[in-house]
Write a protein that binds this ligand. Structure first.
Ligand code: AMP
Length: 443
């Protein structure tokens, strides 16, 4: 199958060729014809699967081929994203796909001045990428009208609910014309997502990419058990031993990010951190420096790292496991992208055993453990498996090996199985939006 056989117009084919996209990914092969045919879509696909082109390319074609010219302060297509970084990244991709089309594109998000965004919207924009909060602000200040909207895309919808955007989504829903096309992308189809889809979509085509996470398929994953207080030391040890060059590290909290960055910098390691407390410009600068290899270690929280697309990122380290198991899949999706192989290492302490168990249940695999010599934990991490069982009874810790000829654990890779998402899985408590604006008409 080629992009041409999917019925795409020449300016789009040319743009995809320039980007080196030769064949459609599974999500693109399914989504592109459906979107071109005007259908609503509910797609289980995450970053790394090529989902952005899956919705953006056909959307751009529809905007080019049909509909009136955009009027002042209006938008014809709206792509909602959970974070500023993802909004920037999606916009960059949309702009690349649209490079030979007579369409305007723009991204708006919080954390930066609203005035330039209001100015830019004056003439109207064909495709607007937005985070929910800033979109509502612009709408309330009459800088934005949605009556010309043809297509709405909810990108990473599960993440938007996780981040507490349910109320904003309900508000935006009330602002939208009833007659429109809606495309919903989510890493998982939780009950909350199904409810949201039930309210927002009409007779959607359900697209599930199998394997669900193309990226994770090519990611070698393993766990190193360690005591909590020795995690930083272990990280530095593994980094030096493995001669890590470019690593994205995930920490659970903003303080955790700062503490690790400080520790690494104190050791003369070229590290920087990104989290929600830092201004957007600082985050972007850290990200750009990491991308250009000026920074070797980038430590991030889940929210800040959302949507990062760094080509050929070889390694992701989970300094802490995520509280929400789905985030594990998002995290490891930063590596092994676009057909490359990647590695994901999790430093796990005894406190995190329930999170480990939830991740194994969600991904339907038991993650391989490698004990690192001299870092065997005093507080043993109980055994877990993909059934969600945690063997509570603690065993005595093994005596640390003292002789040099010990087995090298990290030299040998164990390829993990494919990652697929079990449903229903973990159920984090989320507020579910309630939409009372009555049924909407199909476009
Ligand atoms: P996404 O899942 O949309 O974040 O895309 C993940 C990465 O795959 C991005 O770097 C895209 O540029 C790239 N990509 C998307 N579709 C294709 C394709 N058909 N062929 C090659 N690379 C692609």
């Amino acid at each position: 199958m080629t992009f041409a056989t999917l019925g795409l117009i020449e300016p789009l084919l040319r743009a995809l060729e320039t980007l080196g996209y030769q064949t459609p990914t599974p999500v693109q092969a399914q989504a592109i014809p459906a979107v071109l045919a005007g259908r609503d879509l509910m797609a289980a696909a995450q970053t790394g699967t090529g989902k952005t082109a899956g919705f953006a390319v056909p959307l751009l074609q529809l905007l080019t081929m049909e509909g009136p010219k955009v009027t002042a302060n209006s938008v014809r297509a709206l792509i909602l994203c959970p974070t500023r970084e993802l909004a920037e990244q999606v916009h960059a991709s949309v702009a690349e796909y649209a490079q030979h089309l007579p369409l305007t594109t723009y991204a708006v998000y919080g954390g930066v001045s609203i005035n330039p965004q209001m100015m830019k919207l004056r003439k109207g924009v064909d495709v607007l990428v937005a985070t929910p909060g800033r979109l509502i602000d612009l709408f309330r200040q009459n800088a934005l009208k949605l009556n010309q909207l043809q297509t709405l895309v909810l990108d990473e919808a599960d993440r938007m609910l996780d981040l507490g955007f349910s109320e904003e989504l309900a508000n935006i829903y009330r602002m939208l014309p009833k007659k429109r096309q809606t495309l919903l992308f989510s890493a998982t189809f939780s009950d909350e997502i199904r409810l949201l889809a039930g309210q927002m979509l009409i007779d959607p085509l359900i697209v599930e990419v199998s394997p669900r996470n193309v990226a994770a398929n090519t990611v070698k994953q393993w766990v190193v058990p360690v005591d909590k207080k020795r995690k930083a030391e272990l990280f530095v040890h593994l980094m030096r031993k493995g001669r890590w060059k470019q690593v994205l590290v995930f920490a659970k909290t903003r303080n955790g990010v700062d503490a690790l960055v400080e520790k690494l910098q104190g050791l003369g390691i070229n590290a920087d951190g990104i989290h929600g407390d830092k201004p957007q410009a600082t985050r972007q600068r850290a990200l750009d420096r990491f991308k250009s290899s000026d920074v070797q270690i980038l430590v991030a929280t889940d929210v800040a790292a959302r949507g990062l697309d760094i080509e050929d990122l070889p390694l992701v380290v989970n300094f802490d496991l995520p509280i929400v198991a789905e985030d594990y899949i998002h995290r490891i999706g930063r590596t092994g992208r676009a057909g490359n192989t990647g590695e994901a290492i999790s430093l796990v302490c005894a406190d995190e055993v329930n999170m480990l168990s939830a991740i194994e249940m969600l991904t339907r695999q038991t993650l391989t453990r490698h004990m690192e010599q001299d870092f065997e934990p005093e507080h043993r991490v109980p055994d877990t498996d993909s059934s969600g069982q945690v063997v509570k009874k603690p065993k005595k810790p093994k005596k640390p090996k003292t002789s040099g000829g010990g087995k090298r654990n990290l030299g040998k890779w164990v390829e993990s199985g494919e990652v697929s998402v079990a449903e229903p899985s973990l159920k984090p408590v989320r507020k579910v939006p309630v939409f009372n604006t009555g049924p909407r008409k199909k476009k």
